[in-house]
Design a protein around this ligand. Structure first.
Ligand code: CMC
Length: 436
């Protein structure tokens, strides 16, 4: 398996002194070379400053590769377009977690292992009763996944490879069950138990939509669309929630705690919460005739309004997931017989304007995956509050694969960034009577 190679060095000279440091230049299989700054403090007595980590490689990883300028996304080397077209979510889980596509027997075993773990401990059901009915399902998901550590004591030893593997299977298998129950709880409907005769996507849809009073048949169109949504969101290298999982994992925290931390980070509207925010934005715009006024508001520096579903830290050309999602959106609406979807028409018009407007062109702001995923999910009958939950269900495999990679990397240390301190200089405490 390819690893890091040395590709020369960069010399940094400290102005006004005769000190300089030679920083090794490291290269991976693909992508921008990185300067190894680990000896910089030792040699020059300085740290580096990179708020938001936009220019910093925080780890070595073999899982996912993004070329943001070319709009390329690879899972373990395989282009997302090929996986979206030819694979299915459980096979993608195997790929992300184990590094390769399995043979037929390996895939069958992996499917069985995931399926075997879909039920949750019956006592975990009681946790749901503690939440208000109107709780956001992301809050419920975060709380209940964190609570899993209290139920699965037998796989909390992160130094045992088999226990790590079981924890991974438990998370991949049980998160959809917990997610669907968070939704059922908000509706006041009975929880639907997992069905192991169904595919991963179909089982999830069944737990979301079935009721005990009548038979629910999962539509193949919805099953295919859900599977695609899961594949497209499965991993995305060192984004905010994945970095959160890795940072929590670097302390030795158990996998359930780490994934709960990832869910919390995903919830924000700048990250996974954007799919919900896109729908809210479209609803607020209300009509295509209001789009120009909305675009002016977005461009107004004082308004703090963003065009949700646009822009990305890494993609500066196009988000390949958005391209696939848009095509899927068109075919799902067609298959579902939706001929007139005002939200989609507004989204298309917003996209058209934004792609030609100088403000967006100059800043390289393109539609991201969340711009269209919300519209598909809405057409599939999924309520807006569940959009980010579905993202979390899909991303669980990415988080757990990245967590395993971190734990299995012998060079990993606790994550501990530095800072530039700009607070008060050292000063002496003054008793309250002597102040003012
Ligand atoms: N609408 C309007 N202006 C924007 C937007 C937007 N969506 N995104 C960035 N900009 C502007 C920003 O104001 C800045 O302008 P200026 O240079 O004049 O100050 C410039 O573009 C550069 O933006 P940035 O904030 O430095 O970019 P970033 O890499 O820090 O942020 C982002 C990336 C995704 C957080 C941001 O583009 C954003 O908030 N987008 C909307 C939320 C969204 O759709 N998030 C989903 C991301 S994809 C899925 C995921 O990661 O979960």
């Amino acid at each position: 398996m390819a690893s890091l190679t040395r590709a020369g060095s960069v010399t940094v000279t400290l102005d006004g002194s005769n000190k300089s440091a030679s920083l090794p230049l490291l290269e991976g299989t693909l992508g921008t070379p990185v300067a190894d700054i680990r000896k910089l403090y030792n040699d020059l007595g300085i740290f580096t400053f990179d708020p938001g980590y936009g220019e910093t490689a925080s780890c070595e990883s073999k899982i996912t590769y993004i070329d943001g300028d070319a709009g390329v996304l690879l899972y373990r080397g395989y282009p997302i377009e090929q996986l979206a077209e030819q694979s299915d979510f459980v096979e993608v889980c195997h790929l992300l977690m184990n590094g390769d596509l399995p043979d037929a027997a390996g895939l069958a075993k992996f499917r069985k292992d995931v399926t075997y773990h879909t039920m949750v401990h019956e006592q975990l059901r009681r946790f749901f009763d503690g939440f208000r009915r109107d709780a956001h399902p992301m809050a419920v998901l975060c709380g209940v996944v964190g609570a899993m550590a209290a139920f699965y004591h037998d796989n909390l030893d992160i130094n045992d490879a088999r226990q790590r593997e079981i924890a991974a299977f438990r998370l991949i298998a049980k998160v959809p069950t917990i997610a669907a129950w968070a939704y059922k709880y908000s509706l006041g409907q009975p929880f639907i138990y997992p069905r192991n005769d169904l595919s991963y996507a179909a089982n999830f849809l069944h737990m979301l939509n079935a009721v005990p009073a009548e038979e629910y048949k999962v539509s193949p169109t919805l099953e295919k669309a859900m599977d695609l949504i899961l594949i497209l969101h499965a991993d995305h290298e060192q984004n905010a929630s994945t970095s959160t999982v890795r940072l929590a994992g670097s302390t030795g925290a158990n996998p359930f705690a780490c994934i709960a931390a990832g869910i919390a980070a995903l919830w924000g509207p700048a990250h996974g919460g954007a799919n919900e925010a896109v729908l809210k934005m479209l609803a607020e715009i209300g009509d295509a005739k209001n789009i120009p006024a909305f675009i002016s508001e977005v461009k107004d520096k004082n308004s703090h309004t963003k065009l949700m579903g646009f822009g990305h830290r890494v993609y500066k050309n196009f988000d390949p997931r958005a391209k696939i999602m848009k095509q899927a959106c068109d075919s799902v609406l067609k298959e579902l017989g939706v001929t007139h979807e005002p939200l989609l028409e507004m989204a298309v018009e917003l996209e058209r304007i934004a792609l030609t407007d100088e403000y967006f062109v100059q800043r390289k702001l393109y539609p991201n995956v969340d711009f269209y995923s919300g519209i598909i999910l809405k057409a599939m009958g999924i309520p807006t509050s569940m959009f980010t939950v579905i993202f979390a269900v899909a991303r669980t495999i990415g988080w757990i694969s990245q967590w395993k990679e971190l734990i299995e990397d012998s060079s990993q240390r606790i994550g501990r960034p530095r800072q530039i301190y700009t607070g008060a200089d050292k000063r002496d405490y003054v008793p309250v009577a002597g102040r003012g």
